[in-house]
Design a protein. Structure first.
Ligand code: IMP
Length: 175
């Protein structure tokens, strides 16, 4: 039996919220040059949409970490798979995350990037599952709080599938 997808956030709901978040970020940063750091691969579409709504001068860089492998729960160990290309010292940095689940990844990323002396370091995440949190970590801009369910689409995958769905769905696995 194929996996069952239950639409949870449709395309227009996501797009409206991303636009609102971009407006707020723009107000907060004024004319400052911002370095957006996309956390690969899940933040792919969120970063693309958010950055186009920002209307600020931004640069983009990417970091790839792994704590999940091909599983639906975290291994508890964060590995850097791809580091940044640029030096972020003295720059305004905004980490762009797809989802904060246990908080392990973000906690680790923030500590790592803070050692590189950015001028400021903030986080924007499209989704958060507060019930799953094990590591308290601050998200400065949040799109949606969602229940503790596994979701896919709009960049989020399960074993590399479903990233290109334009909406976010709860994944009910086949028996
Ligand atoms: P954390 O370290 O437990 O907070 O997990 C963060 C990372 O796990 C995210 O950046 C995602 O890549 C992945 N993740 C957590 N929950 C989900 C989900 O519901 N669907 C897809 N990926 C998820």
């Amino acid at each position: 039996m194929p996996d069952q997808l239950e639409c949870f956030l449709d395309e227009s709901v996501i797009q409206n919220r991303v636009r609102e978040m971009a407006l707020q970020i723009r107000e907060d940063y004024g004319n400052a040059h911002l370095v957006l750091i996309g956390v690969l691969k899940g933040s792919l579409f969120f970063l693309a949409d958010l950055s186009r709504h920002l209307g600020l001068e931004v640069s983009m860089d990417f970091i790839q970490v792994s704590s999940y492998g091909m599983e639906k729960s975290s291994s508890g160990v964060v590995q850097i798979r791809k580091d940044l290309d640029q030096n972020i010292e003295g720059k305004h940095v905004l980490i762009v995350e797809d989802i904060v689940d246990t908080g392990l990844t973000l906690d680790h990323l923030k500590s790592l990037l803070a050692t590189r002396s950015p001028k400021s370091l903030k986080v924007v995440s499209l989704l958060s599952k507060p019930e799953a949190r094990k590591f308290e970590t601050l998200v400065d801009y949040l799109g949606f709080e969602i229940p503790n369910k596994f979701v896919v689409g709009y960049g989020l995958d399960y074993a590399e599938r479903y990233r290109n769905l334009p909406y976010i769905a709860i994944l009910h696995e086949s028996a």
